[in-house]
Design a protein around this ligand. Sequence first.
Ligand code: IMP
Length: 183
Amino acid sequence: MKIFFVTKNKHKFLEASEIMRKYCIDLEMLEINKPEIQSLDLREIVLHGLVNLYSLVNKPLVIEDAGLFIRALNWFPGPYSSYVFKTIGCQGILKLMDGIEDRYAKFKSVVGYIDVKNIILFEGEVEGAIAYEARGNRGFGFDPIFTPKGESKTFAQMSMQEKNRLSHRARAFKKLAEWLTRL
Ligand code: IMP
């Protein structure tokens, strides 16, 4: 089975492909612009993207939207994670967290799938903490400052396989793979 994954993020694509391969599902990366609406709800952003992209591509496809939610910052940056990463980045988040003891944060992922008969969303999340300094050079985005619960390494210090045992994205894609397999 082959499904298009519309994304411009190679890391996301490789992480998702590794999960889907275990279920004998092939992902193909499709680098086209994803229409995005502004919303506080990742699910709404993904639904809107799915409907718009399907009318262009007309083939079974998947998209994903994710974000980092930090409790001490009232769950900022959340759905604005991409913009915040581009503007202030990991160092900016560390500065905002300076002197704050409550380091609790989570990553959330919403994966959406659409074909001629179905439109469905799957969610995954991982709890953890914002590190006190950036560590590691693997992965992407906020990986160097996020330590999953129960671990001492940040995501950026882990191999992709290690990150995939724990990550929000892996959890959401596993749910999609299991649903496709049942179908
Ligand atoms: P997107 O809108 O789904 O591309 O993700 C929004 C932003 O959240 C990205 O630009 C990253 O900065 C951050 N993000 C999402 N998933 C991850 C992850 O697995 N690791 C690190 N940062 C992530």
